[in-house]
Design a protein. Structure first.
Length: 100
């Protein structure tokens, strides 16, 4: 199950309809609140657990935002060279020294 905003659905409708046709269930959100559910008419939903039901209700009321699955293709590699080993620790140590 994935959640997408109305704007993204409009921009990528064909993609999400293919996902639905493949059996995926897509929750459509407006400002973080679930407003619709897209599913193939032939797909029988699996029984909803009590926890899933509570999470769905929270999302519908706007008290919970359903995350999207990690999609590495949405991110590009940084053009910056990698930092030398130990850089993060050195920066943390320097920051702590400033506070004492």
């Amino acid at each position: 199950m994935k959640a997408i905003g109305v704007r993204e659905l409009k921009a990528q409708l064909s993609r999400y309809l293919r996902d639905v046709q493949a059996g995926e269930i897509v929750l459509v959100t407006d400002r973080g609140r679930v407003i619709a559910e897209l599913r193939s008419p032939t797909v029988t939903p699996k029984p909803e657990t009590e926890i899933d039901r509570k999470l769905r209700l929270m999302a519908e009321r706007g008290g919970l935002r359903i995350g999207e699955p990690h999609d590495p293709s949405r991110y590009r590699e940084s053009p910056l060279p990698p930092a030398p080993e130990g850089t993060a620790q050195r920066l943390i140590d320097e920051d702590r020294e400033d506070k004492f």
